[in-house]
Write a protein that binds this ligand. Structure first.
Ligand code: IPE
Ligand code: IPE
Ligand code: MG
Length: 246
């Protein structure tokens, strides 16, 4: 069995992103309501955040709520928002103890006022931390993010602030929610689904993908280590040949 110490000796992803999926099915397996799964998913979030910080991951981005998730039953959405408020409040100390800075991406203005306020407070109270940057994707949709970037860029072109000839990768990047994050190196999705579900489409262009059948509430330190081990055994060629990399 690999340990944190062993994993730390190898190459690490600078930016790790996770699609935390399978809470509902985890609860259903136990004959419980979906919200029971969400409640138990919180433990996995805490363990993953702490482990990632201990390992020395610089950027961890967690998909917590998508733009499409607003279409879920009202009670489920309300429970998820309540859990968000309660967890932010409870985990502030953990974040500070581990020198973690909290950020958020997505249309966060769509969140209930109370959740947004709590989020902004915790972000402000962890702003000066210099360790891992933890980004929560909340009310996040990649197409929505790209659409907003197009809109902002079109306005700048219209007002002669930039010329269409100057639009490149870097300028597009500057207009995304993730403008101050590096590209994703490793993307993990739990629950056995093999899809991206509108998460960081631009930013995963060259990410390594890792899928596991484990439902999110069961995801543990050891599962994260397994995913990182798999990452360390891959060759990232970025279009080049293997020989060119030496
Ligand atoms: C992930 O688990 C949590 C959110 C999307 C908020 P799900 O709630 O999607 O659980 P499954 O996929 O239905 O099992
Ligand atoms: C993706 O999971 C969103 C989050 C994990 C927050 P979903 O459960 O919403 O994705 P689909 O609907 O199965 O693609
Ligand atoms: Mg799901």
């Amino acid at each position: 069995m690999d340990t944190i110490a062993k994993i730390k000796q190898g190459r690490l992803p600078q930016h790790l992103a996770i699609i935390m999926d399978g809470n509902g099915r985890w609860a259903k397996q136990r004959g419980k309501l979906r919200v029971f799964g969400h409640e138990n998913g919180v433990r996995a979030v805490r363990e993953t955040v702490e482990t990632a910080a201990k390992i020395g991951i610089e950027y961890l981005t967690l998909y917590a709520f998508s733009t499409e998730n607003w279409k879920r039953p009202r009670l489920e959405v309300e429970t998820l928002m309540k859990l968000l408020v309660a967890s932010l409040r409870k985990e502030l100390k953990t974040l500070n103890d581990n020198n973690i800075r909290l950020r958020a991406i997505g249309r966060t203005e769509a969140l209930p006022k109370k959740a947004l306020k709590e989020l902004e407070e915790v972000m402000a109270m962890t702003e000066k931390n210099s360790g891992m940057t933890l980004t929560l994707a909340l009310s996040y949709g990649s197409r929505e993010e790209i659409t907003s970037a197009f809109r902002a860029l079109s306005i700048k072109v219209k007002n002669n602030l930039i010329s269409p000839d100057n639009i490149d990768d870097a300028i597009i990047n500057e207009h995304l929610y993730t403008h101050d994050l590096p590209d994703v190196d490793l993307l993990i999705r739990t629950s056995g689904e093999h899809r991206i579900s509108n998460f960081l489409l631009w930013q995963i262009a060259y990410a390594e993908l890792y899928f596991t059948d484990v439902f999110w509430p069961d995801f543990s330190e050891q599962h994260l280590i397994e995913a990182l081990k798999s990452y360390q055994n891959r060759e990232r060629r970025f279009g080049k040949t293997s020989e060119q990399l030496i």
